[in-house]
Design a protein around this ligand. Structure first.
Ligand code: C2E
Ligand code: MG
Ligand code: MG
Ligand code: MG
Length: 289
């Protein structure tokens, strides 16, 4: 009956509303709880760097490593606790500004690790560190990078910064100026997650960028999707004509690898080679001097 239907709609509407409210509360509560424990995390040595190899497709040798942040919540110095992934905490620390000191720690720690490996007889490969939009808005970024280079004595050619297109486009002229300073220090810049933002290679010409990283969304179905193959081939061809080198992200299969090689892509990163690993494991991947 009509009454019955109305009752049903109301009832399910109420249930939906309750479900919605509860999941919202859960998210808000979880957010608050994480934010609270993040406050002391840096001082408590709960952050840790993981490293993921970036391979040279032609030689299948190690080319560089990306530095990926992990939060060992409740643990210390790489032991114990629960490992929290960036998706869970980067948005929170970007929102509350804690990304600035934590991001600075990441850069410093990466430089220290590189110097340590070198002192232990390992051949240093470039380390690629992620920078978010919020870090770019912070006035002290260039100065703190300069201080880290001075303090650690690292060769700036061994550091790269990865920035997303969206972060680049957000602040126009100011970003261009900051990138100019970073570039002048001898640190290379690459565009992360390419293809998910504005994707204007022509626009990128304005920035002192040397490398682009094709987002794994385009790599995932490379073997099945002729459309994705066409997009990836076009990105590679245009990048090369602009003298940009190209890294494919999220390479998981030999089939994807072979297709990328055929299209002239130089570098690849993904689970096919290795997941991100702690420093002790990463060290085993480095050639000795
Ligand atoms: P990203 O910079 O695009 O990093 C690549 C992400 O893809 C990493 O996730 C990596 O583990 C994952 N990945 C690599 N290969 C594969 C693959 O073959 N398959 C799949 N499914 N995934 C793969 P992760 O470590 O969870 O980091 C997520 C994002 O968090 C990063 O994306 C980056 O945007 C951000 N992030 C991580 N560390 C830092 C940091 O120190 N500072 C800043 N600002 N952002 C960071
Ligand atoms: Mg990255
Ligand atoms: Mg990426
Ligand atoms: Mg990403």
């Amino acid at each position: 009956s009509a009454d019955g239907a109305m009752y049903h709609a109301k009832a399910s509407g109420r249930n939906n509303y309750q479900f919605f409210k509860e999941s919202m509360n859960l998210t808000a509560a979880r957010h608050f709880e994480l934010e609270t424990s993040l406050r002391g995390a840096l001082a408590a040595h709960e952050f840790e760097l993981y490293f993921q190899p970036i391979m040279d497709i032609g030689t299948r040798r190690l080319h560089a490593m990306e530095v990926l942040l992990r939060w060992r919540r409740g643990g210390k110095d790489g032991k114990g606790g629960e490992l929290v992934m960036p998706d869970q905490f980067i948005p929170i620390i970007e929102e509350n500004g804690m990304i600035v000191p934590i991001g600075e720690w990441v850069i410093r720690q990466a430089c220290k690790q590189s110097m340590l490996w070198h002192s232990q007889g390992m051949m240093p490969v470039p380390l690629a560190v992620n920078l978010s939009a919020r870090q770019f808005m912070h006035r002290g970024l260039v100065e703190s990078i300069r201080a880290i280079l001075d303090d650690t004595g690292i060769d700036p050619a061994l550091i790269e910064f990865e920035i997303t297109e969206t972060a680049l486009m957000q602040h126009g002229e100011q970003t261009l100026e900051i990138l100019g300073h970073i570039n002048a220090m001898g640190i290379r810049l690459s565009i992360d997650d390419f293809g998910t933002g504005y994707s204007s290679l022509a626009y990128l010409k304005r920035f002192p960028v040397k490398k682009i990283k094709i987002d794994r969304a385009f790599i995932k179905d490379l073997e099945q999707s002729a459309e994705d193959r066409a997009i990836v081939a076009a990105i590679i061809a245009l990048s090369h004509s602009l003298q940009l080198s190209v890294v494919a992200e999220g390479v998981e299969t030999e089939g994807q690898y072979a297709l990328l090689q055929r299209h002239g892509c130089q570098f690849a990163q993904g689970y096919l080679f290795s997941q991100p690993v702690p420093h002790a494991t990463a060290q085993l991947l480095l050639p000795r001097c």
